[in-house]
Design a protein around this ligand. Sequence first.
Ligand code: PLP
Length: 419
Amino acid sequence: MAFDKDMKKYYLDQIDQIKSGSLYKQERKLLSPQYASVQVECPKGVRTDGIINICSNNYLGMSDHPEVLAAAKEMLDTRGYGMSSVRFICGTQDIHIDLENKMSLFLGMDDTILYSSAFDANLGIFEALLDENCAIFTDSLNHASIIDGTRLCKARKYRYANNDMDDLQLKLEEEKNSKIKLIVTDGVFSMDGTVAQIDKICELARMYKALVMVDDSHATGFMGKTGRGTHELHNVMGEVDIISTTFGKALGGASGGCISGRQEIIEILRQRSRPYLFSNSISPVVVGGVLKVMNMIMGSSERRDKLENNTKFWKQGLTDAGFILTNTQSPIVPVMLFNAKLSQDFSKTLYDEGVYAIGFFYPVVPKGKARIRTQISAAHEKHHLEKALDAFKNVGKKYGILGKTREEIIEMYPISDKL
Ligand SMILES: Cc1ncc(COP(=O)(O)O)c(C=O)c1O
């Protein structure tokens, strides 16, 4: 066995380092499906009273919807469990094509290509489309998968300040003569809940002849009047060239993702995108579930409207209680606490009050910007949100932060970003 004590020490030292920086991630065990209230195994035993879950990406409450489960089971019976192949060998069923067509129709794009995850989609696009004569302009708050995807590609990279159109323009100016320019942004920034200025980005793209790509993982299915996403919200459907998105959040929460875009771009990806070419097809069970979700949300905006109303209620309740929120425009509602230890203590105390929400601190968010990130779902009923609000108020009172300004909170809990 080559794994000797020096190698073991090499990894143990790293684990210790992670722990000493308080960056070690503990996972709680859920013993129920993902819903508004979940059963959780905790050190004191299983909490069967149901903890209100206010931190999942189950935006439309589809993760255990009976119709979605039935559709997934039907595919299990009629198409089998797995494809045992990549798409171009023998991994394409009729339902994979149906889902691609459905996504194109919904997002208003020419064509769509499926991936095992949105992470894979973002890993596989840049290298396939751009070479060393091209340039990428990427928002500084873009998701890790975009950062990694751009690293795999030889194009020149420019990181512009978050949502800062002047900075983006300055950088576009520098690359006036490059062969292909591509601006890429998250539609909704997942730590702040803010929305990218896609309309302004499209304007700049027209001026500088650049392609626009939006990762709408935190938007597809519910942002915009009919839930198409941030391009609908900003009235630029037809102007965004590429959308990447996930099936792991609003669209059922299982797994999988896709890229929708101009016909020629999708055709190139089918030929050249490595995570598509060399990774297994999405399971028919998942495809069946997502197809059902798509039929449901294309047939009615009821769930998306409920999510919007729930979010308004939640934001108002927290604001009235005296919490400081980010300037969020989405169901991601971060409650600012600034101090890292306070964010962890707050989360633990909330849990004791029956509410499950996670505290984030550096390096997940910038230093001095620790927070509890809450995420609202259409699965939440009024009574869930009222109970959660009461818990937030109790915990806020306990730590003495209700109605306090940022400066006052920082005076009580100086920023150290160490637990
Ligand atoms: C903006 C964004 N893009 C991509 C992903 C990756 O999605 P998936 O879980 O499908 O890999 C996430 C998930 O956290 C995300 O938030």
